[in-house]
Design a protein around this ligand. Structure first.
Ligand code: AR6
Length: 168
């Protein structure tokens, strides 16, 4: 069965089949991990995103990785945290499910996720990391050709949240 690894670092440096981008509905780039991915991939990434016509919250779309070491970028749009009663939990789970579904469709073996919605979108870390870990675990347990899923921690708070979830 595929495994989950919690790692520190910058997702743009990873040599994996796909990295996941925490994008916005317009898919036109932005700050945070989205900005870092677009800078590292080069302008071809934006040119590939424009014809996709945006992306709904909880959905995912795929492009090549261009100058990135990753072959593909899977762009998903996490929910903005609005207090928890606006469907945030199921929308965030859907980001992970839909990204994994695309990875299966493209027969990818390794995929790296940032902590979607945990930056400017303000999702509480423990809850978001729990949703990420459980959704990925369920997917792998259900039978998957994905061999390795990285959960990439850009700071110590994210790492601590994932470690609590993984130990539970
Ligand atoms: N590698 C890995 N993780 C990173 C990196 C990196 N290079 N840079 C930041 N993170 P955020 P969101 C972490 O704000 O909350 C953008 O403007 C960061 O520490 O990037 O889903 C988009 O265009 C945090 O844990 O994404 C959207 O408008 C996590 O990535 C909006 O932000 C996500 O933080 C999306 O907000």
């Amino acid at each position: 069965m595929g495994s989950i690894e919690i790692i520190d670092g910058d997702i743009t440096t990873l040599e994996v089949d796909a990295i996941v981008n925490a994008a916005n509905n317009g898919l036109r780039g932005g700050g945070g991990v989205d900005g870092a991915i677009h800078r590292a991939a080069g302008p071809e990434l934006l040119a590939a995103c424009v014809p996709l016509g945006g992306c709904a919250t909880g959905a995912a779309k795929i492009t090549p990785g261009f100058k990135l070491p990753a072959r593909y970028v899977i762009h998903t749009v996490g929910p903005i945290w609005r207090g928890g009663s606006a469907g945030e939990t199921s929308l965030l789970a859907s980001c992970y499910r839909e990204s994994l579904r695309l990875a299966e469709e493209y027969e990818l073996r390794s995929i790296a996720f940032p902590a979607v919605s945990c930056g400017v979108y303000g999702f509480p870390l423990d809850q978001a990391c729990g949703i990420a870990y459980q959704t990925i675990s369920q997917h792998l347990e259900a039978g998957s050709r994905i061999e390795l899923v990285y959960l990439v921690c850009f700071n110590q708070q994210i790492r601590s949240a994932y470690e609590r979830v993984a130990a539970a």
